[in-house]
Design a protein around this ligand. Sequence first.
Ligand code: FEO
Length: 171
Amino acid sequence: MLNKRVEEALNEQIVREDHSSQLYLAMASWADTNGYAGTSEFLYRHSDEERLHMLKMVRFVNERGGKAIIPGVEKPAQDFASMKQIFEEIQSHEQMITNKINEIVQICLEEKDFTTHNFMQWYVSEQLEEEALISKVLDKLKLAGEDKGALYMFDSDMEKMEGQQSNPNMA
Ligand code: FEO
């Protein structure tokens, strides 16, 4: 049986992964309707990845004899001032997620749940990749500044920008 404290922590994380997916979908929709077709593709993919993060955790909780609680949909923000604001928000959101993942890892250690500890390592590496990717995107955006031509180039680069869906162990 899954340790109760670990189960609760994982269920709280399921809510956060689901919310991340919705938030990035709202950002994708904003980019799509504001002339940033390339960036919207990047954000649509990112939203799908967050849903996969949630599903991976749902399956794990259930496989271990716990009960995954499927969250309701929380309406995310719909309007953003700029691309810069979007990616700064993603950066601070992902930093918050990394802290939460680390807290779960800590709970696993305190409860001596080494199986979940091992499972959580995938999320630890994923966060490392995501934070690196977002800071790369922010660097590119800073270079582009307010220049329309540079922003156009940025946007077409984003369409091709690899996400972090390279992990073969993704459920
Ligand atoms: Fe699933 Fe971007 O954290």
